[in-house]
Design a protein around this ligand. Sequence first.
Ligand code: NAP
Length: 262
Amino acid sequence: MSSQIRSVLITGSTSGIGEATAVAFARDGHTVYVNGRDPARTRAAANRITEAAEEGWGKVLPAAGDVATAEGVRSVCEAVPELDILVNNAGIYTETPAFEISDEEWLRHFEVNVLSGVRLTRHYAPAMVRQGWGRVIFISSECALFTPKEMIHYGMTKAAQLSVSRGFALWVAGSGVTVNTVLPGPTRTPGAEEFISKSYPDLSFEEAERRYFQSYRPTSLIQRFALPSEVANMIRYLGSDEASATTGSALRVDGGVVPTIA
Ligand SMILES: NC(=O)c1ccc[n+]([C@@H]2O[C@H](COP(=O)([O-])OP(=O)(O)OC[C@H]3O[C@@H](n4cnc5c(N)ncnc54)[C@H](OP(=O)(O)O)[C@@H]3O)[C@@H](O)[C@H]2O)c1
């Protein structure tokens, strides 16, 4: 896609959608910063992608730090002084009955899923505006549009990302910087696989997937998990020069699970 080499940071890219996104941008020749909380795990992810790289792939470098804390964000920003594309992907999800979600669990979800992206956007977007080009992409969820009964704290954070993203898009309007949100649906990441195997311990993944979609996501038009690479394709597009007229938007990669057309 974009011919110019860009610098890309993807938070939470030691696994799942984040790692697939790091691969997609590296394949396009961009310099990619991989992030996770643990330095060794982050280095291992960067090395894994580098070892799989083919001719023409960009450099993949580690930028460890817990983006749920101001201190962690500071160390990431020190490791990544200049940035063209920011992907706010780091996210957590726990299943807790609504009346049992503690203050700490509400706040933890807010800090990891929302405040991390706010802090990083506040740091990097002004410089993107000054250089006249930039991309900020928040990774939300289909749960932003219909609150999951078993994870209302998660749904709250994913809905909040839509407002935050739209709000920052207003502030960078006309500068060459775009801000958008991607809403993945159920995606086959290690986190999702663990969730499914705990929910259906006696079934094969394929059978558990079939039951899960029948019971919990009957509106899905594909009746399967998306692959992380399928979500990464949309993120990669939004990060490209070609996506210049798309800003302040929320784009779904949800297999049609949300039963509205737009
Ligand atoms: N999988 C799905 O079905 C699905 C559906 C819709 C939306 N999403 C969204 O997509 C995003 C990625 O989900 P996923 O399923 O790919 O995740 P995952 O496989 O569980 O991986 C989560 C990633 O986030 C990192 N992380 C967690 N807390 C962090 C923190 N405080 N600071 C830095 N990194 C942190 C983890 O790294 P370390 O453990 O190495 O720190 C890991 O790389 C999330 O925002 C999620 O809400 C996922």
